[in-house]
Design a protein around this ligand. Sequence first.
Ligand code: GTP
Ligand code: MG
Length: 637
Amino acid sequence: MHVVATAGHVDHGKSTLVRALTGMEPDRLEEERRRGLTIELGYAWTALPSGERLAFVDVPGHERFLATMLAGVGSAPAVMFVVAADEGWMPQSEEHLTAVEALGVRHGLLVVTRADLADPAPAMETARARLAAGGLAGVEALAVSGRTGQGLDELRGALDRLVAGLPAPDPEAPVRLWIDRAFSVHGSGTVVTGTLPEGRIAAGDELELPGGPVRVRALESLKEPLPAVTGVARVALNLRGRAVPERGQALVTPGAWTVTDLVDVRLSPVGADGRGAGPGGPGRGLDVPGGRGAAEGREGPGAPVDRLPARLTAHIGSAAVVCSVRPLGGRVVRLRLARPLPLHVGDVLLLRDPGRERGEVRVLAGASVLDVRPPSVSRRGAARERAAELAGAVPGAAALLRTHRLLRAGELRAMGCPPADEPVCGDWHADPEHWSRLVARLPEAVRRYAAGHPLEPGMPVEAARHALGLPDRRLVAALVRPPLSVADGRISGGRPALPAPVARAVARLGTELSARPFLAPEAGRLAELGLGPRELAAAVAAGALLRVADGIVLLPGADVRAARVLARLPQPFTVSQARQALGTSRRVAVPLLEHLDRRGLTERDGDHRRCRLPAPGTAPPNHRKSGQTSHSRTSPY
Ligand SMILES: Nc1nc2c(ncn2[C@@H]2O[C@H](COP(=O)(O)OP(=O)(O)OP(=O)(O)O)[C@@H](O)[C@H]2O)c(=O)[nH]1
Ligand SMILES: [Mg+2]
């Protein structure tokens, strides 16, 4: 299915054309029929000659209903721009064209109707000229009559060509359905309608409203009940949930949008000289925020947006929200919205001046959203820097990371910029430059911590997270590069230096242990040397001592030496035999053997153990004499 909105001055024949093309009545209200005036959006649909189905969103042309017109055009990918042959180009022709262009609509048809009342050529010429400068330049143009039917077959053919040329919407895209009608149906509850531009909605889906989650009970498209609908489509959803939907709200895929009331945007100025404003968003006929020189997109960040009112109304989809405007520099402004909206970077808001009288131009500019989570600009000079930073194209993931430094994949997606590169860890993405700076800062942080806490075996990861201002501990671990290493929740930088008194005590211990290397010092001796639990832990972390068990320390490598001694014993051996061979006490022998078991240097079997190191001088395992089990001397090395 395709969706096309109408546009054009009041009474120029939009609804008549829709009626003639579809056989359906777009003006549903009694008041509309009585006054011959469209007030609300109208919906009607038909099958084109190709068989493609086309739904129209018929908008009001009267200047009083501009907000409704914007809601209708807001989600439609194409317009049928209608001009009456007998009246020609009129103020709302101009205003609607400005809006359509500012919204970035690039597909459409120019239809000069009421051709039975006047020669369509002059109106056609003017209208073509007005369209030529902007995004609708070069669209197909036709002269028709909604009353006599003249030219309608050609119009159907042109509509077929139009929809065939529309970009294919992404069925996987996150859903954002701007509600254009919300009402209660007796027996079914709440129903909302809208134009689904892309993505897919199925019965049973959970979607998010400002008031909370809702579930789709059932859905229809063009009055036909369906299990699922893929955009572009007109849809009606029957909802279940506590939130009460209203026109102007959006139903969205949970977590897929950033719901924000603060955005940085770039204005595409609307040129009073009737000339477009360049590829980003041309406009015409109205005021020029940023001056006439702003046209053609040449303007840098230095030119001020000085004539913009401080309060405007921002339109997107069916939403119209009052916003305050803070110029940051050039065409970049910060908008504070009166209520939060689900937005992506790259969305286009339309800015209207609600203070202007009717008859004056009211649509001021299109505003491309550049950031949906803009940083604070309270520091002096920050606003200008920010404007300069946003001077380029609409940012992608890389540019957003330059501003935000670290973002989760889900956050990037919710900002409308799915990550292009690999995460630095888990689902975290980092600006490469920022990441390199962090990698460089970590060793310094670890060194400083070690200096302040000489007896601790390294910097706790949490302390490093705090020191570097990181949001997640996993990021700290991902920053560790040799010679740093992380173990047991601490980062150590190779071998930390021991404080001098501890180093001296350890040296004394070394001398004492040299004669009887397996007779670990008793608690009293350790205390005399000034080696309390903290000092011992520091010496162990520094690799100066080997911890066998609580309070039992030997010199580094003593365990392998012990295993070598034990390998010379007849296998298996008892604790007592081991104690004697090692020249130590039972106090040390038992925990030392358990330590060797843990390291796989010995293997326990009831009251006996076998050494798993080959005794010096014995043959390698595969040359072993028969009678020895291969198990007994299998070396782990
Ligand atoms: N003779 C003639 N009259 C037409 C034609 N198209 C529309 N009209 C008449 O023009 C008047 C306005 O037509 P609508 O279709 O309501 O115009 P509209 O553009 O929908 O008006 P709004 O929705 O209020 O902006 C009606 O009286 C129509 O009958 C046409 O092609 N020929
Ligand atoms: Mg109408």
